[in-house]
Design a protein around this ligand. Sequence first.
Ligand SMILES: *Cc1c(COP(=O)(O)O)cnc(C)c1O
Length: 392
Amino acid sequence: MTIDSYQFDTLAVRAGHQRTGENEHSEPIFTTSSFVFDNASQAAARFSGDDPGNIYSRFTNPTVRIFEQRLAALEGGESCVATASGMAAIMAICIALLEAGDHLVSSRSVFGTTTVLFDRYLPRLGIETSLIDMTDLDAWKAAIRPNTRLLFIETPSNPLTEVADITELADLAHEHGCLLVVDNCFCTPALQKPLQLGADLIVHSATKYLDGQGRIVGGAVVGDKQRVGEEIYAAIRTTGPTMSPFNAWVALKGLETLSLRMKAHSENAIELARYLSDHPAVEQVYHLGLPSHPQYDLAKKQQSGFGGIVSFVVKGGREKAWRVIDNTSLVSITANLGDVKTTITHPATTTHGRVSDEIKAQTGISEGLIRIGVGLESIDDIIADLDQGLSA
Ligand SMILES: *Cc1c(COP(=O)(O)O)cnc(C)c1O
């Protein structure tokens, strides 16, 4: 059998690692900045590209390559380039594929910092962004211009778990000569394969579920050989936001348990969502696994699980939301998610704090909103902790 014929869980454990002469069983960490050449002529051949070996760890590193090949295999992509963070992955796509005069259309419901990048920094490079409602296909059609190059979505979205129809948007993008970029952070390839649904490029924050244990900051872009393997790779090796070998090692070991963890996160999340739905202090619950979610059917068709994010609005605005958060004792008050430890966040004053009030209002980031990144503790303990917070 070749590695390509293996199934997801096998690839997650095995893909990308070719043993060195030491015959190590676990993947090695190559902490070296540069690599040595046999002679001057080999050095010249490496630099000219005639010999594809390693030169310098800003360009390639064997440990980083294992992570890249493993994630590419899991997403079903030809190429993957790892980056220092999820934001570096998004920035690398923009730097590599856009130029002054270009336009991109993005869902308004994307990670707060992504909105800031599009809204504040890309205009300085002469690149304009239109932010629109992700679930409104007519809005996408109306926003595309002759100079539009990219459509950008995050599905499911953070923190309100809105879903975009990836195939529909990929078709629309291709009709207009654009690329569809999907931030696949919340599902990971264990629950959703955007490339198979027609998307062109995938962005990851490896900081979240890929590592899965809150230990590192990292990111990646996955897609075809030309755009990712050559153009985006060239932009990253030149601008510098490469992933460190140690972080790559942590993330690649994380991939080994990805599908087990995503299953367990999803199971805990649906139980918490059901509990919150019945609580009198809760106005609304956002979780894709609830049949009352307006996009339940689309999520069921497009994803193989509903993921670990549960958001809810408490009656009483910011004051009540902060009281709930401050009266929990088990769950961690932190802005991260995708961790085995359950996290609780008040988006309006943290992750989305730098987003304008207008966009906050348009995207439903209200003062009473709380986001839970449901972890892998016993669900009874998680529910008991939130119950304590809600009754305060
Ligand atoms: C965290 C996050 C990012 C940014 O990733 P960093 O690793 O923090 O740079 C991008 N998209 C989504 C959906 C995220 O949750």
